[in-house]
Design a protein around this ligand. Structure first.
Ligand SMILES: [Zn+2]
Length: 183
C-alpha cells in the first residue's frame, strides 16, 4: 500500500529516512541554531508520533496546516487544543489545520473519533516560543553534541490567558495521534 502524505500520513510526520539529526542554523528562526533533519518525506516508513523538527518549526512560524503543509488563512484556521501549562504559559507544539484536513485527521485517528473532539477556531493572542534543548538526554536522543550551545528544538504556541480552555470539554483535549493507523 502506498501511503499518501496529507491523506494517510500528516505532512509534519518524520519518515525513517529522515531520522538523522545535526545542529544547524534554521532559517525559520532567524538562523539560530536548531536541531536539523534531512527533508526526505515519503522515504522509508512514517513515524507517526514524531513531528519532523524542521517542518514543525515551519508550520508554527508560517501557520501551516500540520496535515497538508499548506498555509492556513485566518478564515480557515482550526486547531485541536492539546497542550499543558508551563511557567505561566499554556503551551502547545500543535500547528493549526484546515477544516477539511481536520476531518481527515479525525477520521484517521480513532482517539479523536472516539472522543468526539471538534477542532476549534484557532485562538488569538498566541506567542511563538522556542523550546531550548540540551543536556545528556538530548545528546542521546538526537545523537548530537549540544556542548553548552543554545539550540532550539520545537517551536511552541503559547498563551498567557487561554480563555478557550473554558469552552472545551476535557475529552476533547485528545492527542492528535496517528499511531494506531500506522502500517
Ligand atoms: Zn491542510
Amino acid at each position: 500500500m502506498t501511503l499518501v502524505i496529507s491523506k494517510d500520513v500528516p505532512w509534519n510526520a518524520t519518515w525513517s529516512a529522515e531520522e538523522r539529526h545535526e545542529i544547524r542554523p534554521c532559517r525559520h528562526i532567524g538562523m539560530n541554531l536548531a536541531i536539523w533533519s534531512p527533508h526526505k518525506p515519503g522515504e522509508g516508513r512514517p513515524l507517526f508520533a514524531k513531528p519532523h523538527m524542521v517542518r514543525q518549526r515551519k508550520s508554527i512560524v508560517d501557520m501551516r496546516c500540520t496535515v497538508c503543509g499548506e498555509r492556513t488563512d485566518w478564515r480557515d484556521r482550526w486547531w485541536f487544543p492539546r497542550g499543558s501549562w508551563n511557567e505561566g504559559w499554556w503551551m502547545s507544539t500543535e500547528a493549526p489545520v484546515h477544516l477539511r484536513c481536520a476531518d481527515l485527521a479525525r477520521h484517521a485517528c480513532p482517539k479523536l473519533r472516539t472522543a468526539g473532539g471538534d477542532p476549534i477556531p484557532f485562538p488569538g493572542g498566541s506567542k511563538v516560543l522556542s523550546a531550548i534543548v540540551g543536556g545528556h538526554a538530548t545528546d542521546k536522543d538526537f545523537g548530537v553534541s549540544i556542548a553548552g550551545r543554545r539550540v532550539v528544538g520545537h517551536l511552541k504556541l503559547a498563551w498567557r490567558r487561554p480563555l478557550f480552555l473554558a469552552s472545551i470539554t476535557e475529552t476533547s483535549q485528545c492527542p492528535l495521534d496517528y499511531r494506531s493507523t500506522a502500517v
